[in-house]
Design a binder for this molecule. Sequence first.
Ligand code: GUN
Length: 290
Amino acid sequence: MIIDGKALSETIQEELRIQVEALTQKGKRAPHLAAILIGENPASAAYVRNKIRACEKVGFKSTLVQRPANISEGELLAMIADMNNDNLLDGYIVQLPLPEHFSEEKVTLAIDPRKDVDGFHPYNVGLMTIGKAQYLPATPFGILMMLERYGIETAGKHCVVVGRSNIVGTPMSILMSRNSKVGNCTVTMVHSRTKDLKAETLRADILIVAIGKANFVTADMVKDGTVVIDVGINSVPDSTTKSGQRLVGDVDFLAVAPKCSFITPVPGGVGPMTVSGLMMNTLKAYELYS
Ligand code: GUN
């Protein structure tokens, strides 16, 4: 079965819209999310556009702050300080990756954890790790919602996470192991230095792939009945399209899908759910701190 992340995301955003409408009908202000986009990375620009569009759909106020790649780290830190002090701003994100001359660590540390709706600040990472998250990172959050709403049993299952990034692989492996509604898995995390990666992926009941390599997972790496969650968004050449490019995941979808009990497509799988995760976090920031 194909997991329709786009449709599920629309359902969640409609639920949010109804909640926001109830707030504004009571005379309250709408939740407010801001996004900082530095430079001209086309993928980042597209992601930020999707986030702003989602704000409009659910009835949030949104602010997009765009600056050229050559601004200084000091200028970015000053913008962050202003946002931290803005009482009418519930949450904001600094879209990653940043241009080379920025320290992503320093920038992330400057964000007020109460407004860190990406859940990237070490304080929020720490809360998540001990099972007391205020904001789950948006992509893992989106994946948990997908597993929950599709009624996919996770307790006691073997979950293999491919990739160890700070924003997907690492938090995903922690969350799937926790004693929580979606969780209670036995988790294996694999990465570029894993000796026999295929031997590990073949043991997965739930396989979550976030390695950033087009069609990395092939049919011989997946056992029958696996739940496959594909986090990858890779652009590959395709002469049959107008742009000359096409988006594919980290999983060879056409070959792997027939073996799966569930699989997410790219596009239309994890991507839209990530945006919904961010919207949920923004409403939570509003509820907790406004
Ligand atoms: N770059 C890739 N994913 C994300 C995300 O979830 N948030 C931000 N801020 N940057 C990203």
